[in-house]
Design a protein around this ligand. Structure first.
Ligand SMILES: [Zn+2]
Length: 456
């Protein structure tokens, strides 16, 4: 067997299984959406840290409203107020697509042209395919914006495109419209291209070749996206339908995610079967897509489940309403002897004449050499209020959790109308969720929260 390089192998795969490539394009999009959710927290935390270093205090809402840009992207323009970004990885796929079209598709479809012609036509066809992907994303984005979901940008990257929606749809109807419009636009573009190329059939026309290529790829994009494998568009459509009929977003997500996983396993099984039936490359490819879909469905499910639990619980439900408070003017030695040791405390809020002035934790005490404990007052060693994040009792856990993770703090003072009303600790959140889970009240409460009209 002759030696082949990785690039030749990649080109071989692309030209042989070009249609299947687009399965990956679309599942890749979904995968990125999941990945974007995962990196949302990390990125939010980074921003939070930068912000809090500058201002000392900040709220979660400011960074939650900002969208997360993919690092390594550059802006090419703006359509209807939506930024269009291109990620550097997009150039790789543009080159690969052009090469596979120039050496495979066009010489086969319209033989007898010059090599230069094939290359130019292939580049045009690849660019037009990305225009199609952009239109698919624009359809999602424009409908989302019309339905009150802010969209800041669309990014084209190695696996296709992604619309950066700032939040999940609030009801089943919106979810359905936003999801279904993407595949519909792809199917429409495909149908229009197919009709346009009909008169050019059999004429060996390169324009006909481009149109036929766009027809096939767009129809595939549309059909593939309608597969009910959450978080693909079709899976979102399925979720919205179940959401509408059952009234429960969580239950709908669970069903859609399980369906997605079943489909993913079918892809994997079919891939294994093809592999052993002798169709090795196709088998590997299909298995890979299945694996991709599987991980996307699983992580989408846990993200949504967690988010809906956190959304449905407020700070007041979890906080300790009677936190231990200590005076600011006592020494560290007095603090340890009178409060921390007898009470087995890990932290205490520091008060000065009924006003919260800071937080004292075990590690803050440890930072001061023991021989100075007698002289150093609590007010010097504590974390002052200006450096503390303060939350309100009405905020949801999903709003305050990034605050905790961001500065690696374990406690947040809870303040209402300027007065201290409690403290929220990481341990208490974990404990609360554990109790909820063991009592099995998760579903009832959060569904009741999502659908106030339904009784739990
Ligand atoms: Zn889509």
């Amino acid at each position: 067997m002759s030696q082949i390089t990785a690039v030749e192998l990649a080109l071989f795969v692309f030209s042989r299984v070009q249609s299947r490539f687009f399965f990956l394009v679309r599942s890749g999009e979904a995968f990125y959406e999941i990945d974007a959710n995962c990196t949302l927290l990390a990125s939010a935390l980074r921003k939070l840290r930068e912000q809090s270093e500058k201002q000392g205090l900040c709220t979660t809402s400011t960074f939650m409203k900002r969208s997360i840009a993919m690092p390594g992207s550059f802006r090419i323009g703006k359509i209807a107020g939506i930024d269009i970004d291109i990620h550097v990885s997009w150039i790789i796929i543009l080159v690969l697509l052009t090469v596979s079209l120039a050496i495979g598709w066009f010489p086969q479809l319209s033989p007898g042209q010059s090599t230069a012609t094939y290359w130019i036509v292939s580049l045009i066809a690849s660019l037009l395919l990305f225009v199609s992907v952009l239109l698919h994303e624009l359809a999602h984005s424009l409908v989302a914006r019309r339905r009150g979901l802010p969209v800041t940008s669309i990014t084209l990257f190695i696996f296709g495109g992604v619309s950066n929606l700032e939040q999940e749809p609030k009801d089943a109807g919106i979810e359905f419209q936003v999801a279904v419009v993407g595949p519909i636009s792809s199917l429409l573009i495909g149908a229009v291209c197919f009709l346009l190329q009909l008169p050019l059939r059999g004429t060996n026309s390169l324009l006909g070749g481009i149109l036929f290529y766009l027809a096939m790829t767009n129809l595939l994009l549309g059909v593939f996206n309608l597969i009910p494998a959450f978080p693909l568009d079709g899976g979102r459509v399925l979720r919205s339908i179940i959401w509408k009929t059952t009234g429960s977003m969580r239950q709908a997500t669970r069903v859609a995610s399980i369906t997605g996983q079943v489909i993913a396993y079918l892809f994997i099984l079919l891939g294994i079967w093809l592999f052993f039936a002798g169709s090795i490359l196709n088998g590997i490819w299909l298995g890979f897509i299945g694996w991709y879909l599987l991980s996307a469905a699983q992580s989408a499910n846990s993200q949504v489940m967690l988010a809906s639990v956190f959304n449905s619980v407020t700070v007041s439900e979890v906080m300790n309403p009677k936190p231990t408070t200590v005076p600011a003017n006592i020494s560290l030695q007095q603090l340890v002897d009178a409060y921390f040791l007898p009470g087995g405390l890990r932290y205490a809020l520091v008060m000065q004449a009924d006003h919260l002035v800071g937080l004292m934790t075990l590690s803050d005490i440890r930072h001061i050499p023991r021989e100075q404990w007698g002289q150093v007052p609590v007010s010097t060693a504590m974390i002052p209020l200006s450096r503390l994040h303060v939350v309100s009792p009405q905020q949801s856990l999903s709003e305050v959790l990034p605050l905790m993770a961001g500065r690696d703090v374990n406690q947040l003072p809870v303040v209402e109308n300027g007065a201290l009303v409690g403290i929220l600790s990481r341990d208490a959140i974990v404990h609360y969720l554990e109790v909820r889970r063991s009592l099995g009240v998760e579903n009832a409460q959060s569904d009741a929260h999502n659908q106030p009209s339904r009784t739990a």
